[in-house]
Design a protein around this ligand. Sequence first.
Ligand SMILES: Cc1ncc(COP(=O)(O)O)c(C=O)c1O
Length: 401
Amino acid sequence: MSITETAIASAEAHSAHNYHPLPVVVASAEGAWMTDVEGRRYLDLLAGYSALNFGHGNRRLIDAAKAQLDRVTLTSRAFHHDRFAEFCAELAALCGMETVLPMNTGAEAVETAVKTARKWGYRVKGVPDGMAKIIVASDNFHGRTTTIVSFSTDPEARADFGPYTPGFEIVPYGDLTAMREAMTENTVAVLIEPIQGEAGVLVPPAGYLPGVRELTRERNVLFIADEIQSGLGRTGKTFALEHEGVVPDVYLLGKALGGGVVPVSAVVSSADVLGVFRPGEHGSTFGGNPLACAVALEVIAMLRTGEYQQRAAELGDHLHRELGLLTGGGAVEAVRGRGLWAGVDIAPALGTGRDISERLLEQGVLVKDTHGSTIRIAPPLVISKEDLDWGLDRLRAVLKG
Ligand SMILES: Cc1ncc(COP(=O)(O)O)c(C=O)c1O
């Protein structure tokens, strides 16, 4: 067996099989490139599902982490620490909001938002106890906890994990009329992704997101935008909602907020909304820890310049132009997305998304499939145009067969 095969067999022997990774074992990485245990190099066109927007081993982020490692890494929220206030203030300012509730993973931010919306519904909106409803969209992906999979429409994510948490209404993504009809006096929030990543980088019809904004405002319902994957530069703006000129009531952030170094997530909103929490009602041992704050502060500083957003916009235009040329030739059925983020529907006759991903792996390119014959392309925003073009060449070669 090769070193790679031995490593994979050993991982499979001792880990739960809740993932089906591509057969590559990464040993190191820098920028947009990863190197495996046998010294082969791969162009990373996945970027840790957008957790690595700033690339592998980003110097500024690694230096910020190293400096903080030597000072203090964890206090728990039992005590104050000297990076916390700055982190909350800077993140709130980046979002144009007032208040931050830090957590660790994306799913925790979503769970926190569900609790926030329910409590806001009971305490502020006046919804009768136990009656709060949250509207979500079909084909959503918000994480893996029991409550979150309760409102998933993906049978694989849901089956055998019941009993399910009640209190959610699922409406078709992109359908404003269905959302309006689903709304009642007990609706406390709408929770949606501005672009559905896991569903295949689905961009909703123009006007949908402003429509959701108007409807939620009219009906005194919180608009919770899950920007965990779409946010922080990926689409060419700090937030995907900016493309539609929309500001939600609540942002959910994660992934890139931790710079691919540490898990950092947050719920960001107004003081009125997040003000519903009292001590003891919610928390996390690691949420808002000094190391997380130090890295996230650097991420925020990098986003403040607009440089990464601009890069994503420019390279994204190039990516979509090139991918657009592939449609019509039979191999690619559709391309969607915004900025450096694309869902590419490959003609099923050429293989599943997994088949294509494996063939790209052999060519030195790492992507990940979603459902069916779709692959998604989301390179680190620091990728060079030359490297992106090289990756696109490899894709063209694979599609030619
Ligand atoms: C939109 C969105 N929300 C939430 C999550 C969950 O984040 P995590 O895996 O950090 O729990 C993801 C992860 O892919 C996501 O894409």
